[in-house]
Design a protein around this ligand. Structure first.
Ligand code: ZN
Length: 88
């Protein structure tokens, strides 16, 4: 990963990183322009999740399924499996 030097606009190379927390990592960037050669620190931070981990999806589904009434559960299972056999 590369970034742009904020002083001269040249490409800056990330030379190391320091994880501050699960949310923030400091990236140490060195400008590749020999006439500038600036070293800066950038924050790389977590923004948001587009899709939760698979285990979380399973948990969310099971929680939602368990909160349904028995008739809703049967209807959902019939839709998912094409099976018309009622649950016991
Ligand atoms: Zn520079």
């Amino acid at each position: 990963m590369r970034c742009k030097c904020r002083f001269c606009g040249s490409v800056a190379r990330i030379t190391s990183s320091n994880e501050i927390s699960l949310e923030v990592t400091h990236l140490y960037c060195q400008c590749t322009n020999p006439k500038c050669n600036a070293v800066t620190v950038r924050d790389n931070s977590y923004s948001h999740c587009l899709r939760p981990p698979i285990d979380d999806i399973d948990t969310l589904f099971l929680d939602r399924f368990n909160s349904m009434g028995k008739e809703q559960q049967q209807q959902l299972l019939r839709q998912m499996t094409g099976n018309n056999t009622p649950l016991n």
